[in-house]
Design a protein around this ligand. Structure first.
Ligand code: NAP
Length: 357
């Protein structure tokens, strides 16, 4: 790519926004030009407004960048816009930006289930991205809205995809153990999370169930036909900083041995790896041998935090097999996943259209 594509990050001071900035600091294709936040922060230099919580230093390039209000005028010069906004703000704003000709890649839940909005994990359903070409925004101005799934759904479908391709999936039961960083900033108060498990995350179970079916579904012209797989989810908040764990029981459509499943995970490669996209992990799924793995502290950063790890495969007395999977919720489950999605969109030519912005 000759010149870098100017990008904006909306909600740049939040948990996901900070991850975006850390990942974008040395990106070979994208250059951050605009950062936005709420009225509380806009007008201030980024370093003054943000409470930087990353383990790497705040990149110099952002320190003096003045935060802009989160509104269409602020991002006028940026064909590509990353949104790390909450749903109430993203709801009306993101379609307006797409209608104005921007390619918007969102982490918010507001539009994930809209019939013409692609909900994409690049290794799982890269072809769904073409749904964006049916959006009015795309036809009229070359803009589009693409969405990154819920953070626990992303890790789950990465682990399911190799099984779905090789053996088919009939139904599954999943119990998540979700990190506190998934609740954003300032997040869940420590007094509620330490020495505790909270067996409720608003709307999360519904999202995991519906999004899994949409992602594993198929693109049929201008519509996604959801997969017929039945999904039951329990979602829990646990005292872990980063990394969502999921305990999964699955019924397959065709018989397979434990070795078959392990091989399907270990051999799995997909479009991002074939295209050598800059943010693609070398291996999207890491099978881990051992009785007590994966664990958040040990395995969430595998392949730059972009891989799902899978372990503890054994027979399930109710369904066919059970296993544990883990993925990093603010990297693979949010900013890193969105970045990889944007790279795939550029590769597929959507950005060339968004240049009209
Ligand atoms: P967060 O930490 O609460 O950050 C929210 C950001 O939005 C901040 O930059 C904040 O700016 C800004 N903001 C708040 N109110 C605003 C307003 N009225 N107008 C404009 N900007 C406003 O949230 P987060 O955890 O980063 O999550 C961001 C999005 O990603 C959410 O939709 C969330 O569901 C989704 N997501 C999060 C995760 C995760 O693991 N955390 C994973 C996947 C998806 P100020 O600093 O000025 O308040």
């Amino acid at each position: 790519m000759s010149a870098k594509i100017p990008v904006a990050v909306l909600g740049a001071t939040g948990s996901v926004g900070q991850r975006f900035l850390a990942l974008l600091a040395d990106h070979p294709w994208f250059e951050v030009r605009v950062l936005t936040a709420s009225q509380r922060s806009s007008g201030k230099p980024y370093a003054e407004a943000v409470r930087w919580l990353q383990t790497t230093a705040l990149p110099e390039a952002y320190r003096e960048l003045v935060l802009q209000p989160t509104e269409p005028a602020s991002v006028a010069g940026c064909p590509l816009v990353f949104s790390a906004l909450g749903s109430s703000v993203a709801g009306p704003l993101e379609p307006a930006l797409a209608a104005a000709g921007h390619l918007v890649v969102s982490n918010a839940g507001a539009h994930r289930m809209d019939p013409d909005v692609p909900l994409v994990v690049p290794e799982v359903n890269p072809d769904h991205i073409d749904l964006a070409r049916h959006q009015d925004a795309f036809r009229n101005r070359g803009g589009a809205l693409l969405t990154n799934p819920n953070c626990s759904t992303i890790g789950l479908v990465l682990a399911l995809k190799p099984l779905a391709d090789a053996f088919g999936i009939d139904r599954l039961h999943v119990t998540t153990l979700q990190a506190v960083s998934g609740a954003g900033l300032p997040g869940v108060p420590g007094v509620q999370t330490l020495d505790n498990i909270i067996p409720f995350i608003p709307n999360e179970e519904e999202k995991v169930e519906a999004e899994t079916r949409k992602i594993l579904g198929r693109l049929d012209g201008s519509a996604i036909i959801p997969a017929e797989v039945r999904v039951s989810a329990h979602c829990n908040r646990v005292p872990v900083i980063d990394g969502h764990t999921a305990c999964v029981s699955v019924a397959l459509e065709r018989q397979a041995s434990e070795d078959d499943l392990r091989r399907a995970w270990s051999d799995f490669r997909a479009a991002p790896q074939e295209l050598s996209l800059p943010t693609a992990p070398a291996r999207p799924v890491h099978w881990l041998d051992g009785l007590d793995v994966p664990q958040p502290r040990l395995h969430r950063d595998l392949d730059g935090g972009m891989a799902a790890s899978v372990g503890r495969l054994r027979p399930c007395p109710l369904l066919d097999y059970k296993f544990v999977t883990l993925s990093h919720n603010t990297l693979r489950g949010a900013a890193g996943g969105a970045l990889l999605l944007a790279e795939l969109a550029v590769e597929r030519g959507l950005h060339a259209e968004a240049r009209r912005a």
